[in-house]
Design a protein around this ligand. Structure first.
Ligand code: CO
Length: 508
């Protein structure tokens, strides 16, 4: 009996200690986090950055591009969700390690109209309403192309992307907005063009391809898969174009590629447009998981690959909701796909304030691996890590191939949801991981991995992270060594940038 009592109390102590540890890690000041949500106040041109820690990285040449919401409030009215904020592009150009910052709002039609009168005149997809209540919003189905999700180079232009409409072209030097582009007639005016293009450095068709898609959805959905040359003289030219139709509504934010396939995960959700039409909700708030439906993989042959001309494969996918994929590769007749899975679709409801959300009430993202058997048409799911994460990436040279490492933004704590405060490197084969934390008052965004030149070592390179520094209530740029997550340099930016979305690196 005594033995039994002892072991009981021991396990009680262990549980208490674990809980205490978890609670300590949970400590962050919500105001430190939410203070990032404010309008970007100015546009700067080639402003030198002040280094606050470490040293410039000699021989570093290239430009870091970032996109994200830059206007969150007009005339005292806040957007309902930061994803409704107008896009603002930050470019940090390194010349022999010396960084110069330029930032510009994307001068979309809607931005210019609203800027003139400092008032929201469009409804936002994520629930931002015009003033005047339901009556003033009902039956107004116009939306604003806010160009706030991603920024990439295509040919001689920079493109600011938003998935529900066409891309905006920007001047690569000044970042000035040239305007909505059809990419030399490839797109119909304002045709949907995804915000998640993939840069394929391993194709036979070109030394660099930009592979992307657009979705037209309704009772039937059509995916247009496009592959552009992104190097040399005919850079920017469309090389490959195919369209495939599928039954049902499709919400496709991201996809993955391998040498021969483009992989889409169609989440098991429904779209009920009525509350949107009636002025009660934003369009994205009308998406709802349907437990009776089965998620599907749409696996489309790439026309540059071995299975060109063949029809797509449709295979049942695991339960859960996915915004972002990390990478995919082929092994025998299987596709190995890593993605970030949520238990449910995370939406900010009409009565919630995004600056004061209760993190515990939202599902957390977890890195999981789908092994899709193309012959048997089955899929097996394995959790790689239970820790909440987002914005995971691999070395860009390994995109579409078997990568050993992934880098991502994660929470400090191992369990449950919280703001993203750490950068994690995980070995996808052994599951070993190391972390760098910006806590308790720092908040990270998507890490961008830039491999070192002249090395084939997969994890040799740099990670660029735009970070909200809650202590000084300002934005920092942190450069880490991608191998051991050592801090190499920290710069204080002269503008404050709200928590952002996606970005890319352009070599010079
Ligand atoms: Co995204």
């Amino acid at each position: 009996m005594i033995f039994g009592e002892n072991s009981l109390s021991n396990s009680f102590i262990v549980t208490n200690l674990q809980e205490k540890k978890i609670n300590e890690l949970k400590i962050f000041n919500k105001e430190d986090w939410s203070s990032a949500y404010k309008n970007v106040e100015k546009e700067l041109t080639k402003e030198p950055l002040k280094i606050s820690k470490g040293e410039n990285i000699k021989n570093l040449n290239g430009t870091l591009l970032r996109n994200g919401p830059g206007i969150l409030e007009r005339g005292g009215q806040w957007v309902h969700h930061p994803f409704d904020g107008d896009g603002m592009i930050t470019s940090i150009k390194f010349e022999n390690g010396q960084p110069l910052l330029t930032n510009r709002f994307v001068k979309t039609k809607g931005y210019l109209e609203e800027e003139k009168i400092n008032k929201f005149i469009y409804r936002g997809v994520f629930g931002t309403q015009k003033n005047g209540g339901i009556l003033n919003n009902a039956l107004d189905l116009k939306f604003k192309n806010i160009a706030n999700t991603h920024v990439v180079k295509l040919g001689d232009k920079i493109l600011a992307l938003w998935e529900a409409a066409g891309p905006h072209a920007l001047d690569p030097n000044s970042l000035d907005t040239i305007g909505l582009t059809t990419l030399k007639g490839v797109l119909k005016p304002n045709e949907a063009f995804s915000a998640h293009p993939k840069i394929d450095l391993n194709s036979n068709a070109s030394s660099e391809l930009l592979v992307t898609f657009g979705v037209q959805t309704g009772p039937k959905s059509t995916i247009r898969l496009m592959e552009f040359n992104n190097a040399g003289e005919s850079s920017g030219e469309l090389l490959i174009d195919r369209k495939d139709s599928f039954n049902g509504f499709a919400f496709l934010h991201d996809f993955a590629i391998t040498t021969n396939w483009a992989i889409f995960l169609q989440n098991a959700i429904d779209f009920n447009p009525l509350p949107f039409v009636m002025g009660q909700k934003g369009a994205a708030q009308c998406l709802k998981s349907n437990p009776k439906k089965k998620a599907k993989f749409f696996i489309i042959p790439r026309e540059s690959g071995l299975f060109r001309g063949q029809p797509p494969l449709i295979i049942d996918a695991p339960e859960g909701f996915v915004f972002h994929h990390v990478n995919a590769y082929e092994k025998d007749s299987k596709i190995i796909l890593d993605s970030i899975f949520y238990d449910d679709f995370p939406s900010v409801g009409p009565d919630e304030n995004f600056r004061d959300i209760d993190f515990d009430k939202y599902p957390e993202g977890k890195l999981k691996r789908s092994t899709i058997d193309l012959k048997k048409k089955t899929c097996e799911l394995e959790t790689i890590s239970e820790q909440c994460c987002e914005f995971a990436t691999v070395n860009p040279k390994f995109l579409g191939l078997k990568a050993s490492y992934s880098w991502m933004a994660s929470t400090n704590q191992k369990i449950g949801n919280a703001p993203l405060q750490a950068i994690k490197k995980i070995n996808l084969l052994t599951k070993e991981e190391i972390s760098w934390s910006s806590g308790p008052s720092g908040f990270v965004s998507e890490p961008i991995m830039v491999p070192s030149e002249n090395t084939s070592e997969e994890d040799n390179g740099f990670l660029f992270i735009v970070l909200w520094n809650g202590l000084r209530r300002g934005t920092d740029l942190v450069i880490l060594d991608s191998k051991d997550l050592r801090e190499l340099a920290v710069y204080e930016l002269p503008i404050s940038i709200p928590h952002g979305l996606h970005g890319s690196w352009v070599n010079h």
